[in-house]
Design a protein around this ligand. Structure first.
Ligand code: C2E
Ligand code: MG
Ligand code: MG
Length: 660
């Protein structure tokens, strides 16, 4: 609950309670002063003035005396000041009283009046500062006593009631002062203590907030701080009609850095990254560590997209130089997603989401770049959410099935193996492409189940064909890096093959080149285990993932599948020709067979043959097809005479157990 209204209500109640005594005390002092002045001067207009003034002063005195208006800052100084204030009150009261006592009609009455006012104000000020009831009483008592004396001595009989009233009031003050003295000192002490505690609490609160709002590793503000500050930055931008840019930054290869160099080194990379990011921003901007390897820069007053683009490029350039940490060099790249206020949203949540979506797009587009948020990104995400939900029901159902695309010998055109390609037939949306649902499955964690289903479907197919005496060829299964990385993958594959009584030599596993690079060690172990089992291993989409040649030397790989982007431009681009020639040479020198993917024309076949490529896969030969058409194809193939003796030997090698 909010404390402010409560405090205010308490204050009002308190003032209301003190009002009667305040007004009463003020009136009594005022009346006494008037009486005294009556005996001093014939200028009657002064009476009215003095009644009002002194009554007010008296009332204020009483209010302050009982009030609590001491700020937390003066609380510490209060005990020191208390006695000084009381002495001052005593002195002021005595001054007033003395003037009253000794002024005569011969003195200037106005001077006397001035003395009263000055003494009254100083007493009021003193009491107000001290907020001390004791000081107020001292003042009133010392002021009243001489007034009464004066009235008694010179006032004559008609002043007697006034003098009596003053006497009673003085007596009340004395008794009340005595009664409340100890209690008051105690309450003052308590009040001071309460104030000190409150101040300490505020300090602790501030310290806690600072701690809770800052990232201990990089000392940058954290996500909590962003949530606290971003709305304020946005409303400031709205008021000053400025724009604002959110740059969501994610390091591309941080997991690899952590995996290869250890977490301590990873921490240092994060610290260095935060330093470099700090260098890229202006004083009004904000850099936040969102957690892990994610950072966010809030750039104030960026008017144009070009300006924001320049910031994104600057961040990229600042992070680009190698980081020399602990004597080791480390290269860090970042992807950046950008959302702009007010174009992409006016509230913090919408902007964060926009920047996040743009970051996702930047990552998907090959990392180490930046992307501005666009509306269709939201639609794409909605599509992904739909897929993730529908996938749960699709796994292990007949919605998922396999198509098979043959790999052919370029010299003879004969089928030497098949690649199994997953298909998903959604009851409402129809056929969904693997490029659309495999990445979602990888992200949502369904890839393990889906991958296992692929292996099971392929093994079951082989079992069925074998039962029907269809001549078998090895079938390649695409395996996602996440699957391969997972502990026990090879064991699960062995178990499934055993369940269907399938010779592992009839299976081939396709791993994408980028996966092999990103998940080096885990993949390496799996590849070795697979080969030991007799399963063949192919590197898929070769040429797109910057594979180190050292990997080819170290890993027992059977086949390189050249990405179709190289084959596509083979006819027009001489560089692709040279590059493919180099890949063939690499294949030959490491004794790895090379397959060209995406062969679509006869001319491409010719060129590939000229380059020494032995195998191809693509629409030019066969499109991926379902179970029955593939069965027909395999049966047709087996009936055809073999073209050459060399090919017969190669085919025997590939078909392995199936033909023997
Ligand atoms: P990929 O492994 O490189 O598979 C080859 C893709 O190229 C297939 O697309 C195939 O239909 C297509 N293709 C074959 N010949 C041609 C051609 O001449 N021209 C063109 N333009 N395309 C051709 P698809 O079936 O859409 O699969 C796409 C990707 O999805 C695959 O690329 C693979 O990475 C992934 N994928 C497919 N099935 C599975 C699976 O069971 N598990 C996993 N993890 N990934 C899979
Ligand atoms: Mg493949
Ligand atoms: Mg491929």
């Amino acid at each position: 609950m909010d404390e402010a209204p409560q405090l205010l209500a308490e204050r009002i109640r308190h003032v209301a309670r003190s009002m009667p005594t305040a007004v009463g005390g003020g009136l009594i002092v005022g009346a006494l002063t008037v009486s005294t002045l009556w005996s001093l001067t014939p200028h009657r207009w002064l009476y009215a003035w003095s009644v009002i003034l002194v009554a007010c002063a008296g009332a204020r005195l009483r209010l302050y005396a009982t009030g609590r208006n001491v700020s937390a800052e003066t609380a510490d100084a209060l005990p020191r000041w208390l006695w000084r204030m009381r002495l001052m009150s005593l002195f002021s009261g005595m001054t007033w009283g003395t003037v009253a006592l000794f002024s005569t009609p011969q003195n200037d009455a106005r001077l006397a009046f001035l003395a009263y006012v000055i003494a009254g104000i100083s007493a009021a000020a003193a009491t107000a500062l001290a907020a001390d009831r004791q000081a107020a009483r001292l003042f009133q008592w010392t002021a009243i006593a001489p007034l009464m004396l004066r009235l008694a001595l010179v006032g004559g009989p008609y002043h007697l009631p006034m003098a009596l009233m003053g006497l009673m009031y003085a007596a009340y003050l004395t008794v009340a002062a005595g009664r409340s003295h100890r209690q008051f000192d105690e309450t003052t002490a308590l009040r001071i203590e309460a104030m000190r505690q409150e101040r300490e609490l505020r300090g602790n609160e501030r310290r806690y907030r600072d701690l809770a709002h800052s990232d201990p590793l990089t000392a940058l503000p954290n996500r909590l701080a962003l949530h606290a500050r971003l709305p304020a930055m946005l409303s400031l931008a709205a008021r000053s009609r400025r724009s604002l840019a959110l740059l969501y930054i994610d390091l591309d290869n941080f997991k690899d850095i952590n995996d290869t160099h250890g977490h301590r080194f990873g921490d240092q990379v994060l610290i260095e990254t935060s330093e470099r990011l700090r260098r890229c921003i202006a004083a009004d901007d904000l850099v936040v560590r969102m957690g892990g390897d994610e950072f966010l820069v809030v750039r104030v007053a960026s008017r144009t997209r070009d300006e924001v683009e320049a910031v994104a490029r600057r961040i990229g350039a600042e992070l680009a130089p190698p980081m020399l940490l602990d004597g080791q060099n480390s290269l860090v790249h970042a992807s950046i997603g950008i959302a702009l206020y007010p174009d992409d949203g006016t509230d913090a949540e919408l902007l964060m989401r926009g920047a996040d979506l743009a970051l996702y797009e930047a990552k998907a587009r090959g990392r180490n770049g930046y992307q501005f948020f666009r509306a269709e990104m939201s639609r794409r995400v909605e599509g992904r959410v739909f897929i993730a939900q529908a996938l749960r029901d699709a796994i292990d159902s007949s919605q998922i099935f396999m198509e098979y695309q043959p790999l052919v010998d370029l010299a003879s055109g004969r089928v030497i193996s098949l690649e199994a390609l997953m298909r998903w037939h959604h009851p409402e949306r129809g056929l969904i492409a693997p490029d659309e649902f495999i990445p979602v499955a990888e992200q949502s964690g369904y890839i393990d189940a889906l991958g296992e289903q692929a292996i099971r479907l392929v093994c079951r197919q082989l079992q069925l064909w074998r039962g029907d005496f269809v001549p078998l060829v090895p079938i390649a299964i695409n395996v996602s890096p996440r699957q391969l990385e997972r502990r026990g993958f090879v064991e699960r594959l062995t178990r499934i093959a055993a369940d269907y009584d399938i010779d592992p030599a009839l299976l081939c596993v396709e791993i994408t080149e980028s996966a092999l690079m990103a998940h080096g060690d885990a993949s390496k172990e799996a590849v070795i285990a697979l080969r030991r089992l007799g399963v063949k291993v192919a590197i898929d989409d070769f040429g797109t993932g910057y594979c180190h040649l050292a990997y080819l030397k170290r890993l027992p790989i059977d086949c390189l599948k050249i990405d179709r982007s190289f084959v596509r431009d083979l006819e027009s681009d001489a560089r692709d020709n040279t590059l493919l020639g180099a890949i063939m040479a690499i294949g030959r020198s490491f004794s790895i067979s090379v397959v060209a993917e995406g062969v679509e024309t006869a001319r491409q076949v010719e060129l590939l043959r000229a380059l020494g490529c032995e195998c191809g896969q693509g629409y030019h030969f066969h499109r991926p097809a379902g179970e029955s058409r593939t069965r027909e194809l395999l049966e047709r193939e087996a009936g055809r005479p073999l073209a050459t003796e060399t090919f017969r030997l190669r085919a025997l090698k590939w078909r392995g157990a199936a033909l023997s």
